[in-house]
Design a protein around this ligand. Structure first.
Ligand code: MN
Length: 432
């Protein structure tokens, strides 16, 4: 069955993980001839794992990259030959299948690949020595030494190189040390492309490693469009809503399918997390309506559900500052400047003093390492709808319309959205 991966952006957040999960479930129902697999291209922070554990839901699997692999192309054979069997047993099946290699076993254990070259070489030797073939050998007696197998998780290109530098016509393929099949030169004529649906992002640089080798079949997103180039026309659903999970929920409604409990929980988690429990200015009436529908399906109070999710999050002082800064960090280019803006959510700002210095130092490190002119970090108390802004030393800092509470720390009451509230002020400040 054709496989299609559904994957959110790097540094996965709830919206990208939950929308992939819910969309895969929907697609598997509406398009049962294909297999839709939700995945994520980054590791989950402890706090996210805690939330999924609390919901009792297994999050999408981790995929390091989407490069074609040996597992996408290898062959299996219905014919099993025993190493001690006479070569005549091969003859019986050979006529029908005409294989270039045949897997040979010693009992249950894989022994090696018998190649047509082995048979030809043996036959030629017989003819040149004796002028005829008068005995039938055991299969194992004509096989040449086996080459190192390749792994099903090896990259297509690596395995191709290995086989082309080998004298063999085929190489065995192993998975967790067990023989699963083999590859021949014919497998490598054309690199396969993995199918992918991008959710919660549309830019190649935010996508899974190897996206340039994949076949993008759909994009479902709520960000500004700076989309990857595609070979064929594709389906795009980009809407300026508060979360991708809202778009996915609307698709359930459109199909007349009521999400099951798990899907509803995942969708609501994505919506409340991206919209900061519907209080971020990115929230639209559609998000509110969808979230209310989902809360009703689950049978929970929407606000309590959201607060429970945010309360799982690690406090700022318990996180590794560098990881926290980079976990949701976006870079922008403006007036020849490279600016990075990170955002962290928390449930209190009262302990700011305990971690302020460490985060300012981490922010400066991130700025240097990423070659940025200016880096800022917005820390948002989602309960009190209040943020503070930490910045690296930069002249534009003095143009920010916020009050300075301590060195390189600004107070931003009521500010919840990086995109809608902070970014315009940052761009304005660097323009002055
Ligand atoms: Mn999102």
């Amino acid at each position: 069955m054709e496989k299609i991966y559904i994957i959110g952006h790097r540094n996965p957040d709830f919206d990208s993980v939950c929308s992939a999960y819910a969309y895969a479930k929907l697609k598997n129902r509406t398009d049962p001839l294909k297999e839709y697999i939700a995945a994520r291209c980054g590791h989950l922070p402890e706090s996210m794992k805690k939330v999924f554990a609390g919901l009792g839901i297994e999050p999408p699997v981790y995929m390091r990259d989407i490069y074609p692999k040996v597992r996408d192309i290898y062959l299996t054979s219905a014919v099993r030959i025993d190493a001690d069997a006479p070569l005549s047993t091969v003859a019986a099946s050979y006529k029908a299948t005409n294989p270039s290699v045949i897997p040979v076993f010693e009992g249950e254990k894989f022994y090696g690949l018998l190649s047509v070259d082995d048979i030809t070489r043996w036959a030629m030797e017989q003819i040149s020595k004796r002028g005829k073939i008068d005995e039938i050998p055991k299969v194992r007696d004509i096989m040449r030494a086996e080459e190192e197998p390749v792994s099903s998780s090896d990259f297509f290109e690596d395995a191709k190189r290995k086989l082309s530098s080998s004298i063999k016509r085929g190489l065995a393929v192993v998975e967790n040390g067990t023989f699963v099949g083999f590859v021949t030169r014919r497998c490598f004529l054309k690199a396969p492309k993995n199918n992918i649906i991008l959710v919660d992002h549309n830019e190649a640089k935010q996508s899974i490693t190897g996206i340039e080798t994949a076949n993008i079949v759909e994009i479902i997103d709520h960000h500004r469009l700076d989309a990857v180039k595609t070979e064929l026309p594709i389906f795009i659903d980009a809407e300026p809503l508060g979360s991708t999970c809202t778009i996915v929920y609307r698709k359930y409604v459109l199909e007349g399918i009521t999400p099951d409990q798990d899907v509803a929980k995942m969708l609501l988690t994505g919506i409340v997390s991206d919209t900061l429990i519907l209080r971020s200015p990115t929230t639209t009436p559609v998000d509110i309506e969808s979230a209310n529908d989902l809360a009703k399906i689950i049978g929970v109070d929407l606000h309590e559900f959201g607060l429970r999710m945010f309360s799982c999050m690690e406090g700022m002082k318990n996180r590794v500052p560098k990881e926290a800064v980079e976990s949701d960090f976006k870079t922008y280019r403006e007036k020849n400047l490279k600016i990075g803006i990170g955002q962290c959510e928390c449930t209190t700002l009262e302990d700011l003093e305990d971690y302020r210095q460490d985060y300012l130092a981490a922010l400066e490190d991130v700025r240097k390492r990423q070659g940025l002119d200016w880096a800022v970090l917005m820390i948002t108390d989602v309960i009190r709808e209040h943020s503070v802004l930490l910045i690296t030393e930069f002249r534009a800092g003095s143009h920010l319309p916020y009050s300075l509470v301590s060195d390189r720390v600004y107070d931003m009451p009521g500010v919840m959205s990086r995109k809608k509230q902070l970014l315009p002020e940052i761009l304005h400040a660097v323009g002055e």
